[in-house]
Design a protein around this ligand. Structure first.
Ligand SMILES: Cc1cc2nc3c(=O)[nH]c(=O)nc-3n(C[C@H](O)[C@H](O)[C@H](O)COP(=O)(O)O)c2cc1C
Length: 220
Protein backbone atom coordinates (compact mmCIF):
# COMPACT_ATOMS: atom_id res chain seq x y z
CA UNK A 1 0.00 0.00 0.00
CA UNK A 2 1.27 3.47 -0.77
CA UNK A 3 1.11 6.21 1.86
CA UNK A 4 -1.97 8.01 0.47
CA UNK A 5 -3.92 4.75 0.39
CA UNK A 6 -2.74 3.82 3.89
CA UNK A 7 -3.86 7.24 5.16
CA UNK A 8 -7.27 6.84 3.54
CA UNK A 9 -7.81 3.37 4.97
CA UNK A 10 -6.32 3.80 8.44
CA UNK A 11 -8.31 4.33 11.61
CA UNK A 12 -7.63 3.71 15.26
CA UNK A 13 -8.20 0.05 16.10
CA UNK A 14 -9.49 -0.97 19.54
CA UNK A 15 -9.98 -4.71 19.13
CA UNK A 16 -7.30 -7.23 18.17
CA UNK A 17 -6.97 -10.92 17.47
CA UNK A 18 -4.78 -13.03 19.72
CA UNK A 19 -1.87 -13.38 17.29
CA UNK A 20 1.51 -11.82 18.00
CA UNK A 21 3.46 -10.07 15.25
CA UNK A 22 6.48 -12.22 14.34
CA UNK A 23 9.68 -10.99 15.96
CA UNK A 24 11.56 -10.42 12.68
CA UNK A 25 8.68 -8.25 11.38
CA UNK A 26 8.73 -6.21 14.60
CA UNK A 27 12.50 -5.74 14.39
CA UNK A 28 12.28 -4.59 10.75
CA UNK A 29 9.44 -2.12 11.36
CA UNK A 30 11.04 -0.57 14.44
CA UNK A 31 14.35 -0.33 12.56
CA UNK A 32 12.62 1.51 9.70
CA UNK A 33 10.91 3.85 12.19
CA UNK A 34 14.35 4.92 13.39
CA UNK A 35 14.55 6.93 10.13
CA UNK A 36 11.92 9.30 11.53
CA UNK A 37 13.05 12.95 11.45
CA UNK A 38 13.60 14.98 14.63
CA UNK A 39 14.69 18.45 15.57
CA UNK A 40 18.49 18.69 15.04
CA UNK A 41 18.39 14.89 14.64
CA UNK A 42 18.21 14.56 18.43
CA UNK A 43 16.10 11.37 18.14
CA UNK A 44 14.72 11.83 21.65
CA UNK A 45 12.35 8.85 21.58
CA UNK A 46 13.00 5.92 23.85
CA UNK A 47 10.48 3.16 23.26
CA UNK A 48 9.54 0.20 25.44
CA UNK A 49 7.60 -2.57 23.69
CA UNK A 50 5.83 -5.06 25.96
CA UNK A 51 4.55 -8.41 24.69
CA UNK A 52 3.50 -11.76 26.15
CA UNK A 53 3.43 -12.29 29.91
CA UNK A 54 5.27 -9.00 30.64
CA UNK A 55 2.54 -7.12 28.75
CA UNK A 56 -0.14 -8.93 30.78
CA UNK A 57 1.68 -8.17 34.04
CA UNK A 58 1.94 -4.47 33.11
CA UNK A 59 -1.76 -4.36 32.23
CA UNK A 60 -2.68 -5.89 35.61
CA UNK A 61 -0.56 -3.28 37.42
CA UNK A 62 -2.03 -0.38 35.41
CA UNK A 63 -5.60 -1.55 36.02
CA UNK A 64 -4.76 -1.82 39.74
CA UNK A 65 -3.52 1.82 39.70
CA UNK A 66 -6.66 2.95 37.88
CA UNK A 67 -8.99 1.12 40.23
CA UNK A 68 -7.16 2.26 43.37
CA UNK A 69 -8.97 5.58 43.00
CA UNK A 70 -5.67 7.47 43.23
CA UNK A 71 -5.53 10.36 40.77
CA UNK A 72 -3.38 10.01 37.63
CA UNK A 73 0.20 11.22 38.01
CA UNK A 74 1.39 11.81 34.43
CA UNK A 75 5.03 12.73 33.80
CA UNK A 76 3.86 15.44 31.37
CA UNK A 77 0.95 17.89 31.48
CA UNK A 78 -1.91 16.42 29.43
CA UNK A 79 -4.95 18.02 31.01
CA UNK A 80 -6.09 20.38 28.24
CA UNK A 81 -9.74 21.42 28.39
CA UNK A 82 -10.83 21.50 24.78
CA UNK A 83 -12.82 24.53 23.63
CA UNK A 84 -15.15 25.43 20.75
CA UNK A 85 -14.71 23.32 17.61
CA UNK A 86 -12.06 21.17 19.30
CA UNK A 87 -14.56 20.26 22.00
CA UNK A 88 -17.18 19.43 19.38
CA UNK A 89 -14.75 17.09 17.62
CA UNK A 90 -13.78 15.52 20.97
CA UNK A 91 -17.47 14.81 21.63
CA UNK A 92 -17.98 13.51 18.08
CA UNK A 93 -15.07 11.06 18.36
CA UNK A 94 -16.37 9.78 21.72
CA UNK A 95 -19.87 9.48 20.22
CA UNK A 96 -18.47 7.47 17.28
CA UNK A 97 -16.77 5.03 19.66
CA UNK A 98 -19.63 4.69 22.15
CA UNK A 99 -22.11 4.48 19.27
CA UNK A 100 -20.17 1.58 17.75
CA UNK A 101 -20.08 -0.11 21.18
CA UNK A 102 -23.81 0.51 21.74
CA UNK A 103 -23.07 2.45 24.93
CA UNK A 104 -25.52 5.18 25.91
CA UNK A 105 -24.13 8.60 26.82
CA UNK A 106 -25.73 8.42 30.32
CA UNK A 107 -24.49 4.91 31.05
CA UNK A 108 -21.52 5.83 33.21
CA UNK A 109 -20.65 2.26 34.12
CA UNK A 110 -20.53 1.09 30.49
CA UNK A 111 -18.41 4.12 29.59
CA UNK A 112 -16.03 3.37 32.46
CA UNK A 113 -15.60 -0.25 31.35
CA UNK A 114 -14.99 0.91 27.76
CA UNK A 115 -12.39 3.34 29.14
CA UNK A 116 -10.77 0.57 31.20
CA UNK A 117 -9.92 -1.25 27.97
CA UNK A 118 -7.22 1.37 27.34
CA UNK A 119 -5.17 -0.20 30.12
CA UNK A 120 -5.97 -3.69 28.87
CA UNK A 121 -4.46 -2.52 25.59
CA UNK A 122 -7.75 -3.41 23.84
CA UNK A 123 -6.61 -7.05 23.81
CA UNK A 124 -3.59 -6.24 21.63
CA UNK A 125 -0.61 -8.62 21.69
CA UNK A 126 1.83 -5.67 21.92
CA UNK A 127 1.99 -2.23 23.46
CA UNK A 128 4.63 0.46 22.95
CA UNK A 129 5.35 3.23 25.45
CA UNK A 130 6.92 6.40 24.04
CA UNK A 131 9.20 8.05 26.55
CA UNK A 132 11.74 10.86 26.53
CA UNK A 133 13.88 12.92 28.87
CA UNK A 134 11.50 15.18 30.81
CA UNK A 135 13.53 18.34 30.28
CA UNK A 136 12.78 18.27 26.52
CA UNK A 137 9.21 19.51 26.94
CA UNK A 138 7.35 20.52 23.80
CA UNK A 139 10.30 20.02 21.43
CA UNK A 140 10.62 16.39 22.42
CA UNK A 141 6.85 15.89 22.28
CA UNK A 142 6.82 17.10 18.66
CA UNK A 143 9.54 14.59 17.75
CA UNK A 144 7.80 11.74 19.59
CA UNK A 145 4.52 12.49 17.82
CA UNK A 146 6.23 12.39 14.44
CA UNK A 147 8.00 9.16 15.41
CA UNK A 148 4.77 7.53 16.56
CA UNK A 149 2.91 8.37 13.35
CA UNK A 150 5.83 7.11 11.22
CA UNK A 151 5.73 3.90 13.24
CA UNK A 152 1.98 3.56 12.91
CA UNK A 153 2.14 3.99 9.10
CA UNK A 154 4.93 1.42 8.84
CA UNK A 155 2.82 -0.96 10.92
CA UNK A 156 -0.21 -0.31 8.70
CA UNK A 157 1.85 -1.01 5.58
CA UNK A 158 2.51 -4.44 7.10
CA UNK A 159 -1.17 -5.08 7.86
CA UNK A 160 -0.75 -4.24 11.55
CA UNK A 161 -3.27 -1.92 13.20
CA UNK A 162 -2.77 0.38 16.15
CA UNK A 163 -4.31 2.87 18.54
CA UNK A 164 -2.32 5.74 20.00
CA UNK A 165 -3.24 6.30 23.65
CA UNK A 166 -2.70 9.38 25.74
CA UNK A 167 -4.35 7.31 28.47
CA UNK A 168 -1.16 5.26 28.73
CA UNK A 169 0.72 8.30 30.06
CA UNK A 170 -1.53 8.62 33.10
CA UNK A 171 0.06 6.07 35.43
CA UNK A 172 3.78 5.90 34.61
CA UNK A 173 4.87 4.18 37.86
CA UNK A 174 4.36 0.54 36.75
CA UNK A 175 6.10 1.27 33.44
CA UNK A 176 8.99 2.83 35.32
CA UNK A 177 9.21 -0.14 37.69
CA UNK A 178 9.20 -2.72 34.89
CA UNK A 179 11.71 -0.95 32.63
CA UNK A 180 14.20 0.60 35.02
CA UNK A 181 13.49 4.00 33.46
CA UNK A 182 15.41 6.80 35.13
CA UNK A 183 13.53 9.52 37.06
CA UNK A 184 14.70 11.99 34.42
CA UNK A 185 12.77 10.08 31.77
CA UNK A 186 8.99 10.38 31.37
CA UNK A 187 6.21 8.44 29.66
CA UNK A 188 4.51 10.69 27.10
CA UNK A 189 1.96 8.26 25.65
CA UNK A 190 1.57 4.74 24.33
CA UNK A 191 0.20 2.68 21.48
CA UNK A 192 -1.42 -0.75 21.41
CA UNK A 193 -0.87 -2.67 18.21
CA UNK A 194 -1.46 -6.00 16.49
CA UNK A 195 -3.78 -7.57 13.93
CA UNK A 196 -7.27 -6.04 13.88
CA UNK A 197 -10.26 -8.11 14.90
CA UNK A 198 -12.70 -7.25 12.12
CA UNK A 199 -15.60 -8.46 14.29
CA UNK A 200 -14.83 -6.16 17.23
CA UNK A 201 -17.65 -3.59 17.49
CA UNK A 202 -15.19 -0.83 18.50
CA UNK A 203 -13.50 -1.11 15.12
CA UNK A 204 -16.65 0.04 13.36
CA UNK A 205 -16.13 3.52 14.89
CA UNK A 206 -15.18 5.99 12.20
CA UNK A 207 -14.32 9.64 12.64
CA UNK A 208 -14.56 12.39 10.05
CA UNK A 209 -12.34 15.32 9.19
CA UNK A 210 -12.83 19.03 8.66
CA UNK A 211 -13.00 20.41 5.16
CA UNK A 212 -9.57 21.01 3.70
CA UNK A 213 -10.32 24.74 3.45
CA UNK A 214 -10.97 24.90 7.24
CA UNK A 215 -7.55 23.49 8.01
CA UNK A 216 -5.18 24.44 5.22
CA UNK A 217 -4.71 27.84 3.67
CA UNK A 218 -2.74 28.12 0.46
CA UNK A 219 -1.34 31.61 0.33
CA UNK A 220 0.00 32.84 -2.98
C1 LIG B 1 -1.88 11.60 20.81
C2 LIG B 1 -3.11 10.74 20.72
C3 LIG B 1 -3.66 10.23 21.88
C4 LIG B 1 -4.78 9.41 21.81
N1 LIG B 1 -5.28 8.86 22.96
C5 LIG B 1 -6.26 7.94 22.89
C6 LIG B 1 -6.64 7.20 24.05
O1 LIG B 1 -6.11 7.39 25.14
N2 LIG B 1 -7.60 6.26 23.92
C7 LIG B 1 -8.20 6.00 22.71
O2 LIG B 1 -9.08 5.11 22.66
N3 LIG B 1 -7.87 6.68 21.59
C8 LIG B 1 -6.89 7.62 21.64
N4 LIG B 1 -6.48 8.27 20.51
C9 LIG B 1 -7.14 7.99 19.21
C10 LIG B 1 -7.99 9.18 18.76
O3 LIG B 1 -9.20 9.19 19.49
C11 LIG B 1 -8.24 9.05 17.24
O4 LIG B 1 -7.02 9.15 16.55
C12 LIG B 1 -9.18 10.14 16.73
O5 LIG B 1 -10.45 10.05 17.31
C13 LIG B 1 -9.33 10.05 15.19
O6 LIG B 1 -9.84 8.78 14.82
P1 LIG B 1 -9.04 7.78 13.88
O7 LIG B 1 -7.66 7.59 14.45
O8 LIG B 1 -9.83 6.51 13.91
O9 LIG B 1 -8.97 8.39 12.51
C14 LIG B 1 -5.38 9.12 20.55
C15 LIG B 1 -4.80 9.64 19.38
C16 LIG B 1 -3.68 10.44 19.46
C17 LIG B 1 -3.06 10.95 18.18
Amino acid sequence: MNIAQTMKERSSVRGFIDKPVPDDVLQRIFKDAQKSPSNCNTQPWKVYVFSGEKKNELSRKLVEELQSGRPPVPDFEWSVKYQGGHRERQFASAAALYGALGVEREDKQARASAMLKNWQFFGAPHVAFFTMEKYLGIMGAVDLGIYAQSLSLLLAENGISSCMQGALGQFPAPVRAMTGMLDSEGVLFGMSFGYADSDAPANAAKTDRAELSDAVHFIV
